[in-house]
Design a protein around this ligand. Structure first.
Ligand SMILES: NC(=O)C1=CN([C@@H]2O[C@H](COP(=O)(O)OP(=O)(O)OC[C@H]3O[C@@H](n4cnc5c(N)ncnc54)[C@H](OP(=O)(O)O)[C@@H]3O)[C@@H](O)[C@H]2O)C=CC1
Ligand SMILES: Nc1nc(=O)c2c([nH]1)NC[C@@H]1CN(c3ccc(C(=O)N[C@@H](CCC(=O)O)C(=O)O)cc3)C=[N+]21
Length: 282
């Protein structure tokens, strides 16, 4: 393997340490800790695990968490009512609605119930618009984590060709918007894209957010490219064939230990930003 690994676990620990100091200062100032509310609808075991991981990291870093769990049979009205009551609660600084919510529930409508100031996961249209315009906002967690990781390895995006595979509202779409704001030339690929290997071969920086285990083959990667694998599948597989991609890439994220830990570190950092009552410049 030739590529250097981008260590998300180490960078996340650094961010957590900084967040913890800020959380303690908030607590000292106002007499209660920053608080993240998590909303989990239904009983998908993977989603329940992610929510538990987020709560554990909150506790380790001086942030309270409030868990709301709703049955899979919930209606859109019931879920939005739960979110609205968290939004109105002055003790709650940030709200995370775990994606995906069960199909009959209108996820977009639920997301839009979160006010911009408490949208620490960056999922509302106000947050997406702010990420596109470069105005102050909480940035989506996985995309912001990816940009921090690139920055820490001195990958300056200005003028580079970033190819994003995937355009989901929580990942592919916003990571392309943030890259564009950082003056990259951005290409989005998705399920209608023709000749994916050729598009990928043009990337200076490839961001894989496709949700298909090892769909992206190592031989498609341009020699010397930077490869960010946001995919996360059981058994420690990403969306990229890591071993062969690492023969050609200059820098690559491992799975696990790459993008995943950064997602949670940014979420908690965003929650403390909210507790400090600040939206950070996108
Ligand atoms: N590490 C972390 O913190 C996180 C990891 N993830 C992981 O990232 C991955 C993506 O997640 P998410 O964005 O939620 O997934 P989605 O399923 O919501 O989106 C997948 C995207 O990939 C596109 N796509 C699907 N198949 C192909 C194909 N064959 N060729 C090209 N494009 C394709 C889809 O296109 P179209 O729009 O046309 O349907 C869609 O835009 C998953 O592995 C997930 O587990 C997600 C969130 C956080
Ligand atoms: N509204 C919303 N926001 C999200 O950010 C969100 C979501 N919904 N739904 C599901 C995905 C998935 N996700 C992960 C977070 C951390 C790891 C992570 O920390 N992974 C570790 C390994 C953890 C382990 O397996 O023990 C790693 O990659 O090293 C993975 C995946 C956030 N998501």
């Amino acid at each position: 393997m030739n590529a250097q690994l981008m260590d998300g676990t180490r960078l996340a620990q650094q961010l957590h340490a900084e967040t913890r100091r800020r959380a303690d200062a908030v607590t000292l100032n106002r007499g209660h800790r920053p608080c993240l509310a998590t909303v989990l609808v239904g009983d998908d075991p993977a989603s329940a695990t992610y929510v538990r991981m987020k709560q554990r990291r909150c506790a380790e870093n001086g942030v309270d968490s409030r868990a709301v769990t709703l049955p899979a049979s919930s209606t859109t009205a019931e879920v939005t009512a739960a979110v609205r009551s968290l939004d109105a609660d002055p003790m709650v600084d940030g709200i995370l609605v775990q994606h995906p919510v069960p199909v009959p529930v209108d996820e977009r409508a639920v997301f839009e119930t979160i006010s911009h100031a408490k949208d620490v996961d960056g999922v509302t249209s106000a947050s997406l618009a702010a990420m596109a315009l470069g105005t102050p906002t909480h940035r989506s967690c996985t995309p912001a984590g990816i940009l921090r990781l690139l920055d820490s390895y001195a990958v300056a995006l200005s003028g580079l060709h970033v190819v994003v595979v995937g355009r989901s509202e929580i990942l592919g779409l916003p990571v392309g918007l943030l890259s564009l704001c950082a003056d990259a030339t951005v290409t989005y690929c998705h399920s209608h894209t023709q000749d994916l290997p050729t598009q990928i071969g043009r990337a200076d920086v490839l961001i894989a957010a496709v949700g298909r285990p090892q769909l992206i083959r190592g031989e498609w990667i341009r020699a010397g490219a930077v490869v960010v694998d946001a995919g996360y599948h059981p058994g420690g597989l990403g969306d990229v064939e890591t071993a062969t991609a690492a023969e050609r890439a200059r820098l690559i994220t491992p799975v696990p230990g790459g993008v995943g830990p950064m997602t949670i570190a940014v979420l908690i950092s965003n929650t403390v930003d909210a507790a400090e009552r600040g939206l950070v410049s996108a």
